[in-house]
Write a protein that binds this ligand. Structure first.
Ligand code: FDA
Ligand code: NAD
Length: 434
């Protein structure tokens, strides 16, 4: 099949890819020089919408409303934008083979794409229960949520199983956001996860206690300390029951699974250096192979603030790493230099009428402040993490934009901590003085 050739190719079609395309345009890429190749059928969009507004019972978000870069307050890049800029937007095209030595990508349909400079933005894919050998895990109405076609199938199931029962497997981001939005759709929801409290990779027991209490007040049932080990189905193949390791079984019309993600490095195995499961880059997102960059969920990069190589699965890093890589490409062409990437970890979530933000590192001692009673109408609370006498992380539920800015500053500046009692007493006042 005929081949195409570009100066620059972005491989991937979501947040990192879209923000990279915008930066190419800002840097003055010429018509015909750049292609974006994605296996998705739509132009890059703000993926976080899929587990929130996209599933709302009323006034749901739909494309073209949330194409990148609206999530960061930027211009919405519709397919016409790519055409106007002379950028080839190559959709519904999965790359199945990559050869960095000959700078060639080959699609599932056998088309070849040549590049001089490649940006890998393949992101993550979901971990599947079938990967762990869970029996019946491929039954109908068991859903994962990563791409928009999966969200569409879930929307259909929510309509078809009106006022039905759902089991949500996993207590992380997907587990918490999906339980809330399914409940908002008047579905009877039970969450199941193996750990002693939800979102254990970030939350402490005290933070989790607030969310679990709040969810229970909204009617979400929570089963902890066990996992799904199998599924029974109706004769038509639809899921009927979830069997738990502790012997219980739960009726279900819909199952949503969120048991983690893994970076999509497969195409480049043995060709580019990896570290901690991701593609290893420097502070300019250059990989071990000249002319090959990687950005977003798929990379393990130097987190300057902590002097450590890390991988981050969050949207803010996908956006910023993409911009950094493209700036670095143009700087190296001009023989100039740019500053090293200096990312402050930032995670957030929204569910029901709750909204939290976290900045920094969740290591060391913790101190909770504010009103964290899930029944309180004026709930608002936070937590600081303290290591070696310095405040290194800060969490806030229901903060105003100014308050969120203040906790971000704390995590960046790492001021000396006061006594734990004093930190608890001062709460947000401590942050506002930094
Ligand atoms: P991402 O995985 O988004 O995109 C990769 C793209 O590459 C996809 O379009 C894929 O199809 C394509 N691709 C992969 N392999 C390919 C191949 N071989 N050929 C062609 N195309 C290929 N974060 C956050 O901070 N706040 C939030 O609220 C949320 N909410 C949220 C909700 C949901 C449902 C998910 C799944 C994730 C989030 N996240 C989040 C995480 C955030 O969305 C994530 O970090 C970014 O989307 C990562 O962007 P990337 O572009 O790196 O990868
Ligand atoms: P996660 O890592 O946040 O949570 C995985 C959870 O799966 C664990 O907390 C655990 O409770 C559970 N688990 C693990 N094995 C299990 C098993 N066998 N049975 C039951 N539960 C099990 O991953 P996720 O929630 O699947 O999210 C997927 C990706 O999407 C991540 O990259 C995440 O960062 C991203 N995401 C982010 C946001 C956000 O930032 N607001 C929202 C949605 C998704």
């Amino acid at each position: 099949m005929a081949g195409k050739s570009f100066k620059y190719v972005i491989l991937g079609g979501d947040v990192a890819a879209g923000y990279a395309a915008r930066e190419f345009s800002k840097q003055g890429v010429k018509p015909g020089e750049l292609a974006l190749i994605s296996k998705e059928a739509v132009a890059p969009y703000e993926r976080p919408a899929l587990s929130k507004g996209y599933l709302f019972p009323e006034g749901a978000a739909r494309l073209p409303g949330f194409h990148v870069c609206v999530g960061s307050g930027g211009e919405r890049l519709l397919p016409e934008w790519y055409t106007e800029k002379g950028i080839s937007l190559i959709l519904s095209t999965e790359i199945v083979e990559a050869d960095v030595a000959s700078k060639t990508l080959i699609s599932a349909a056998g088309e070849t794409f040549k590049y001089e400079v490649l940006i890998i933005a393949t992101g993550s894919t979901v971990l599947r229960l079938s990967d762990f050998g869970v029996q019946g895990a491929d039954s109908k109405n068991i859903f994962y949520l990563r791409e928009i076609d999966e969200a569409d199938k879930l929307v259909e199931a929510i309509k078809a199983k009106k006022n039905g029962k759902a089991v949500v497997v996993g207590g992380g981001y997907i587990g918490l956001e999906l339980s809330a939005v399914l409940r908002m759709n008047n579905i009877d929801v039970t969450m199941v996860f193996p750990e002693p409290w939800c979102m254990p990779r970030l939350f402490t027991a005290s933070i989790a206690a607030f969310y679990e209490g709040y969810y229970e007040n909204k009617g979400v049932k929570i089963i902890k300390g066990t996992v799904a080990v199998g599924f029974d189905t109706h004769p038509n193949g639809e899921v009927k029951e979830v069997k738990l390791k502790d012997g219980r079984s739960l009726e279900a019309d819909i199952v949503v699974v969120g048991v983690g993600a893994k970076p999509l490095t497969t195409l480049f195995k043995g060709q580019v250096e990896e570290e901690k499961g991701g593609i290893k880059t420097d502070a300019f997102f250059k990989t071990s192979v000249p002319g090959v960059y990687a950005v977003g969920d798929v990379v393990t990069f130097p987190l300057k603030l902590y002097n450590e190589q890390r991988r981050v699965e969050h949207v803010e890093h996908a956006r910023k790493s993409a911009e950094q890589a493209v700036k670095a490409i143009f700087a190296s062409e001009k023989g100039t230099s740019i500053d090293e990437y200096d990312y402050l970890p930032y995670f957030y979530s929204r569910a029901f009428d709750l909204s939290w933000q976290f900045y920094g590192d969740n290591v060391g001692e913790t101190v909770l402040f504010g009103d964290n009673d899930p029944k309180s109408p004026t709930h608002k609370f936070g937590q600081y993490w303290i290591q070696n006498g310095k405040v290194v992380g800060a969490f806030l539920e229901s903060g105003t934009p100014e308050e969120n800015k203040a906790i971000a500053k704390v995590a960046r500046v790492q001021p000396p901590a006061l006594s734990l009692d004093e930190m608890a007493n001062q709460g947000l006042t401590f942050a506002s003085k930094i």
